[in-house]
Design a protein around this ligand. Structure first.
Ligand SMILES: *Cc1c(COP(=O)(O)O)cnc(C)c1O
Length: 495
């Protein structure tokens, strides 16, 4: 299977090249040239398989320069870092389920792909004959950063650099990154919000002078954000896996359509679901849930994508995003793979901060979108604990709230899976607050949340209270390129 670019549809690269490069030179994102087909025979096999086997199978359909056995080796190693089943599907009410994607080493769903990406990237370099060291760059709204650091730490031939918005992440997210150990890890805060951090990192990817200096120091760049195909592809698997589990548990029969509700920021998670759907997974609706940064709600309802609006800091910081990178891949598909149109839309976005499309085209018959404010988010946490004894984090609660509203309006009783994207302990202060207890210290909040629920606080999170803060630097948003060069010693390279 070849990959093409959303902004240059004549381009053809292999899966390995797409993973090694992270982003296409023309500024577009790599997308598969077609969708492999998930027929009932394949699904039938997957039903009896483990999560690493299911993932290896799905990946082998996209990454045809990797063998199934090779991929299985990687998925088994990656998912052995999870505490039990990497994607348990928990029934919380009749026809309502949570797919918990946060049982990995950093307690957010980013681990589903970032535990695996280092294996894919290292192998892809071998397959394409790339001998340079890899500089893995990531901008993070909170959870990608830690997962990338944990995934790539001490990986041979790699340096990993993470930038996070100085005021845009929670105290626990910040400590997770600041305390990161490893010989090849670098972290800095950027003055600004996530969009500033993401834009600054994208500029580094397209800056010829920076690339030249990095090359002189022996580095090629790649991305740990979901703009990288190697980050997105593993996420397709949990949609298929959740479906298989519901079939195995007798909740649905193969062929029944289900809904997925997805707490959304950069559009990577829900896009992976759309790919699963295009492969043949029976889906009724994808419900895109946003917080007060509800650009996507407007876009899917009115067809207007407009980032000229206030940016809000919310209790679901990993979704405080206005420019959703992966929307570009989605638009490429629903606009008939018209690369010229994509170039026009994104030129318009960079010049005027907006573009417009027909909302029917955008919804593609299967998308719904809604948003929840802070009060509604808290109410969802409280209600689901009160009625179902289920404790959810703030991001998942945005999705639960949006689902409740959708359900009331439509009376759609299709079986529904909410993607649960983080451990409630990662956002303990706000979760506890929603349950009625004020505790501003995040570590005391973890203990109090443990004491008032049946859950156990992970030691890796509680232990951060006593961890050393190793990375303390804050830089301006114009200093990102310099920081990257300095971190890898490429600022001193002779001309
Ligand atoms: C990253 C993240 C999201 C948003 O996912 P996208 O792929 O960026 O849309 C939601 N919840 C949590 C906890 C996250 O870390």
């Amino acid at each position: 299977m070849k990959y093409t670019s959303t902004r240059a549809a004549e381009k053809q690269v292999s899966a390995s090249e797409a993973i090694v490069k992270g982003i296409s030179d023309d500024g577009g994102l790599f997308v598969p040239s077609s969708f492999p087909v998930l027929d009932s025979q394949t699904i039938g096999k997957l039903l009896d398989w483990t999560y690493p086997e299911r993932t290896a199978k799905i990946l082998s359909m996209y990454l045809d320069d990797f063998s199934f056995e090779e991929l299985l080796g990687y998925t088994e190693k990656a998912y052995s870092r999870f505490d039990g089943d990497p994607c348990p599907v928990v029934k919380i009410e009749d026809s309502l389920y949570m797919a918990e994607l946060w049982h990995g080493p950093t307690f957010a769903f980013k681990d589903m792909a970032l535990t695996l990406l280092p294996y894919l990237l290292t192998a892809a370099k071998k397959k394409t004959g790339v001998e340079e060291k890899t500089l893995v760059l990531a901008a993070t709204s909170g959870d990608t950063g830690k997962a990338a650091l944990e995934g790539f730490k001490d990986v041979e031939g790699t340096e990993v650099v993470v930038f996070y918005p100085s005021k845009g992440v929670s105290a626990v997210q910040r400590m997770q990154m600041a305390a990161q150990t490893g010989k090849n890890v670098h972290v800095a805060a950027i003055k600004g919000n996530f969009d500033d951090a993401q834009a600054a990192v994208k500029r580094v990817f397209n800056d010829e002078e920076v690339k030249r200096r990095l090359a002189a120091a022996g580095y090629a760049t790649s991305s740990a954000n979901s703009i990288n195909w190697g980050r997105l592809a593993p996420q397709i698997a949990y949609y298929v896996s959740a479906y298989c589990d519901l079939v195995n548990d007798g909740e649905i029969e193969w062929g029944d359509k289900i809904n997925f509700v997805v707490p959304t920021g950069n559009f990577g998670n829900v896009l992976a679901g759309y790919y699963a759907y295009r492969m043949g997974l029976p889906v009724n609706k994808f419900i895109i849930a946003s917080n007060a940064n509800n650009v996507l709600t407007d876009f899917f309802n009115k067809g207007v994508y407009d980032i000229n609006r206030d940016f809000y800091r919310t209790m679901s910081p990993s979704m405080d995003i206005l420019v959703s990178s992966n929307l570009e891949r989605f638009l490429f598909e629903v606009c008939g793979r018209d690369d010229a149109l994509i170039r026009r839309l994104y030129d318009s976005l960079s010049q005027t901060g907006r573009f417009e499309l027909d909302p029917e085209t955008v919804r593609a018959g299967i998308f719904e979108a809604g948003w929840a404010d802070e009060e509604e988010t808290k109410e969802a946490i409280y209600t689901y604990f009160d009625l179902d004894d289920y404790v959810m984090d703030t991001h998942t609660a945005v999705a639960a709230s949006v689902y409740n509203e959708y359900n009331c309006e439509t009376e759609d009783d299709t079986p529904t899976v909410i993607l649960s994207t983080a451990s409630p302990f990662k956002f303990a202060t706000d979760v506890l607050g929603a349950l009625g207890t004020r505790e501003t210290d995040p570590f005391r909040a973890m203990i109090r949340l443990q004491n008032s629920t049946a859950l156990e606080c992970p030691e890796q999170l509680y232990g951060l209270a006593a961890a050393d803060e190793i990375h303390k630097e804050t830089i301006g948003r114009d200093e990102v390129a310099d920081a990257v060069l300095r971190f890898v010693g490429a600022d001193k390279t002779e001309e």
